[in-house]
Design a protein around this ligand. Structure first.
Ligand code: IDP
Length: 139
């Protein structure tokens, strides 16, 4: 099945601060996805509010936005056949404690006892989200 797609990947502030950007890019490139564009971004509340609009009002929303504006993130425009599903598979499930070994979150993430799960990466979850998020982060 051929479904060429693009997705938004973010290396979150914990990934950048821990020096894991290279390791995360290595895994993405080893999987064979194409880097189309990449930039270092210091996100502000306006951008993050739009990016995480589906989570407004949830208990972890404020800690999530505070965390995401705490330092730079690496935004990546990634392309490939079924890359949306494929990157989420590489990333692993949301909670890094239980994310499968072999995934980015499962191998490199852990629970730090904070209000928000610091889980290293973001990946769009659908073609609609990918289009919306890529427009936000890459104008
Ligand atoms: P995803 O990043 O795996 O797609 P989402 O449900 O879209 O997960 O949540 C966005 C982000 O919010 C997560 O990556 C994580 O950083 C944080 N988060 C989600 N659920 C919780 C929670 O129950 N407690 C704390 N943080 C959470």
């Amino acid at each position: 099945m051929t479904t060429i797609e693009e997705t938004l990947v973010l290396v979150k502030p914990d990934g950048v601060a821990r020096g894991l950007t290279g390791e995360i890019l290595r895994r993405i490139e080893a999987k064979g996805y194409a880097l189309v564009d990449i930039r270092l971004v210091q996100a502000d509340r306006e951008l993050l509010g739009k990016h995480y609009e589906e989570h407004v009002g949830k208990p972890f929303y404020e800690p999530l936005v505070s965390f995401m504006e705490s330092g730079p993130v690496v935004a990546i425009r990634l392309a490939g056949n079924r890359v949306i599903e494929g990157f989420r598979s590489l990333a692993g499930t949301t909670d890094p404690t239980t994310a499968a070994p072999g995934t980015i979150r499962g191998d490199l993430g852990r629970d730090w006892g904070l209000a928000v799960q610091q889980n290293l990466v973001h990946g769009s979850d659908s073609p609609e989200s990918a289009a919306r998020e890529l427009a936000l982060w890459f104008n």
